[in-house]
Design a protein around this ligand. Structure first.
Ligand code: CMC
Length: 427
């Protein structure tokens, strides 16, 4: 582009290169700003800051566009599979038939976890939140798989990535089984990635579990829709943790911890709890009024997004999938009626229109997951399972970047200036 931006401080101006991506806003490369001027930029919450260069995912929040390696999310959700999308995110291109077979086979050969890992579960209370278990158990993987923690070795990085993608369904299903006191089920590699997960979650050793193709398909779609989302909070956490050279299992555990928060992945659990609390459409105005009241911390969960200021394209796919799944399973859930009515009322209210608040991915996913039979506490676990591929793809990209540096933000210090220590009897 050849353009530059001038920053002038104290009458002294310096030019900074303006860089253009393939699509999307330009960025001003201010890496030399501090060296040139002695000043930092101030952007808590990163609303105007690109933290890295990436080729994986692109979001246009104003147009409601989400692309993985250039492919629109609605096309991937409609035509692809979670295994194929995982390959795409990790490797940059859609796989050929044989590449997909090899990849699927490789993942299926890593689904078991070290037998000793099962003893970790027994250390948790039965009523532990499964996300607490996920943080602990995934972090503990680094104590078991020493042969894939050398991050300087691209082969070991790929093995760790495959292990994480493959073991997450096993670890997630075990967290669920532990909470309800049922025996753990070993993976079955003749099933699909998603079918295997459903069996490990809802099957019992006493009888054969038959995977319902309707549920398998809906679940696979949900995994695709959650697979990656650019530099969101948990992905940035994984990158930041990884920038210090921490091992991949520790980095993904950090991502899981960040995802748990209700402003991020925890919103799917919060959204369904909110819809159940509202209960019937006649109580919606009361909740809309609360959401608009500045003195009330209440927010409509599943509404709003930092980047999407138009419809979240993932919510569009899930809104339709929610009706399909409930219809095909023959379930009539009043929560779906409440969700549809809440969406209708909110989207015609000037408060939500002016602030560009639309339903996000979490608004409808809970309705589907609940129809499938998951308790709300498992919702964020499923998000973590699917997002693992995005996390490892972004982590690999960061480590392979020759310009990669430890992530070390600065601050605007507003505390006390230097002062002398005062002995306790003189204070
Ligand atoms: N209900 C009511 N008002 C809202 C909501 C909401 N859900 N979201 C934002 N607002 C208002 C907010 O009060 C603020 O108003 P004002 O300008 O008068 O102060 C304005 O809209 C902008 O909000 P913000 O908090 O400055 O926006 P943000 O970009 O920092 O936050 C968000 C984005 C997703 C954290 C926020 O919209 C939110 O808390 N939503 C509910 C939680 C949720 O559904 N999160 C899932 C996000 S998608 C999946 C994921 O990332 O994991």
């Amino acid at each position: 582009m050849g353009e530059s931006a001038k920053v002038e401080i104290g009458g002294k101006g310096t030019d900074y290169a303006v860089r253009s991506g393939t699509v999307g806003p330009d960025v001003i490369d201010i890496r030399k700003l501090y060296a040139n001027t002695g000043a930092f930029t101030f952007d808590p919450g990163f609303t105007s800051t690109a933290s890295c260069e990436s080729e994986i995912t692109y979001i246009d929040g104003d147009q409601g566009i989400l692309l993985h390696r250039g492919y629109p999310i609605d096309q991937l959700a409609e035509h692809s599979s979670f295994m194929e999308v995982s390959y795409l995110l990790l490797n940059g291109e859609l796989p050929s038939k044989s590449e997909l077979e090899t990849f699927t086979h490789t993942i299926s050969r890593h689904t078991m976890v070290h037998e000793q890992l099962t003893t970790f579960y027994r250390g948790f209370r039965r009523d532990a939140h499964p996300m607490a278990i996920m943080c602990g158990v995934v972090g503990a993987l680094s104590a078991f798989y020493h042969d894939s923690t050398d991050i300087a070795d691209p082969h070991q990085r790929m093995v760790a990535s495959h292990r994480l993608i493959a073991k997450m369904p096993t670890i997630a299903a075990m967290a669920y089984k532990y909470s309800i006191g049922q025996p753990f089920l070993y993976p079955r590699n003749d099933l699909s990635y998603t079918g295997n997960f459903l069996r490990m979650t809802f099957g019992v050793p006493a009888e054969e579990y038959v995977v319902d193709p309707v549920i398998e398909d809906a679940m696979d779609k949900i995994f695709i829709l959650h697979a990656d989302h650019e530099q969101n909070a948990s992905t940035s956490t994984v990158r930041l943790a990884g920038s210090s050279g921490a091992n991949p299992f520790a980095c993904i555990a950090a991502g899981i911890a960040c995802l748990w928060g209700p402003a991020h992945g925890g919103a799917n659990e919060a959204a369904l709890n909110m819809l159940r609390e509202i209960g019937t459409p006649d109580r919606i105005p009361e909740y809309i009024a609360r959401a608009k009241n500045k003195d009330d911390p209440f927010r409509l969960m599943g509404f709003g997004h930092r980047v999407y200021k138009n419809f979240d394209p993932r919510a569009k796919v899930l809104s339709k999938a929610a009706s399909d799944v409930l219809d095909r399973l023959g379930i009539s859930d009043p929560v779906l009626d409440t969700a549809r009515e809440l969406e209708r009322i909110a989207l015609s209210d000037p408060y939500f229109i002016d602030k560009k608040l639309y339903p996000n991915v979490d608004f409808y996913s809970g309705v589907i997951l609940s129809a499938i039979g998951f308790p709300t506490t498992m919702f964020t676990v499923l998000f973590a399972l699917a997002r693992t591929v995005g996390w490892v793809a972004q982590w690999n990209e960061m480590i392979s970047d020759p310009e990669q540096k430890i992530g070390r933000p600065r601050q605007l210090y507003t505390g006390a200036a230097q002062r002398d220590y005062v002995a306790v009897d003189k204070r």
